[in-house]
Design a protein around this ligand. Sequence first.
Ligand SMILES: NC(=O)c1ccc[n+]([C@@H]2O[C@H](COP(=O)([O-])OP(=O)(O)OC[C@H]3O[C@@H](n4cnc5c(N)ncnc54)[C@H](OP(=O)(O)O)[C@@H]3O)[C@@H](O)[C@H]2O)c1
Length: 279
Amino acid sequence: MIKASVIGWPIGHSRSPLIHGYWLKLHHIEGAYEKIAVAPQDLQAFLSGLREGDHVGTNVTLPHKEAAVAFINAPDARVRRIGALNTIWREEGRLHATSTDGQGFVSNTLQCINDFTLAHKNITILGAGGSARAIVDELLRCNVSQLNIFNRTHSRAQAIATHFGLSVNAIEQQHLNQCLVTTDLLINTTSTGMNAEGHIQLDWTKLKSDAVVADIVYTPLMTSFLQAAAHRNHRIVPGLGMLLHQAVIGFEKWFGVTPKVTSELYDLIARDIDPDYRT
Ligand SMILES: NC(=O)c1ccc[n+]([C@@H]2O[C@H](COP(=O)([O-])OP(=O)(O)OC[C@H]3O[C@@H](n4cnc5c(N)ncnc54)[C@H](OP(=O)(O)O)[C@@H]3O)[C@@H](O)[C@H]2O)c1
C-alpha cells in the first residue's frame, strides 16, 4: 500500500491527514497518509528511509522546511530559489522536492475572488517569514507590478527584497499607511499581531477601497485581520483554502490523481477547526 505522511516537531496540530484521507476515500485509492513526529536530530535518517519501500513521500512542516533541503537529491527551481520545501516525493530511488505554499496561496486567492487577476497589481505583504518568501516568489511569476513587504523586524523584509530584486520593496512602519493607498492586494503572513493589542498598526481607512485582503492564518478561520477588512467591505481570502490548495501537488505526486479543492472538503476541515462553523 502506498504511504505518504506529514512530518514536523511537534505535529499534533496538522490537518493534512484529514485532507489527504478525504481524497484517498473519494478516489477509492488504497493508500495511507499519516502524521509523524520527527525530531530535528532524526530528520536525515527519516528522509533516507523514504528512498525505498512503500513510504513514497512526505509533507514537511515546521521546523524542518529549510533543514530538509540538504537531504534532497533533486530540489526543483522553487526550492532552489527560496531555500525551503514542503513536499517530497521519490522517483527512481531519488528524493525530489518542491514548495507548494506560493502556488497554494495564488490558487486560493483566484478561486475565492474569481474576477481578480494578479497581473499589474500592487501588493503589500505583512510579515517576512518562510511563507512570505514562498508567496513573493510565486507572485513574481504572476507579472505583478509592485510588491511591498513590511515586517516587525525590518532586516528580514530587507533580506527578501535584496534576494528577489527590484520589484520588491522593504517598507518601514512610517511608510506603511501611505503604501496602502495604492495596494490592490493586502496579505497577512505574520503568525500573530492582528489582535486587539495590535503589534502591527494599520490605518484601514487608507487602504484602496476595492483592495482584496488575504490572511494565510487559518486558526481561527475568520481572523481579526479578516474581520476588520470585511467590516470595511473589502473582499476577503481566508487562509484555510491555501492549506487545501497547497496539498494538491503532493497528493498528485504520491497517488497519481489530481484532486480538487471543493466546498465539501473546505467544510469538512473548517468544522474540524471550529465545531460551530456553518457553511
Ligand atoms: N494557510 C496555509 O496553508 C499556511 C501555510 C504556511 C504558513 N501558514 C501560517 O502562516 C503563519 C506564518 O508562517 P511562517 O512559516 O511564515 O512563519 P515564520 O517563518 O515563523 O514567520 C513568522 C512571521 O510573523 C511575524 N510575527 C510573529 N509574531 C509577530 C508579532 N507579535 N507581531 C508582528 N509580527 C509577528 C514574524 O516577524 P519577525 O520576523 O519580526 O519575527 C515573521 O514575519 C503561521 O501562522 C502559519 O501557521 C499558513
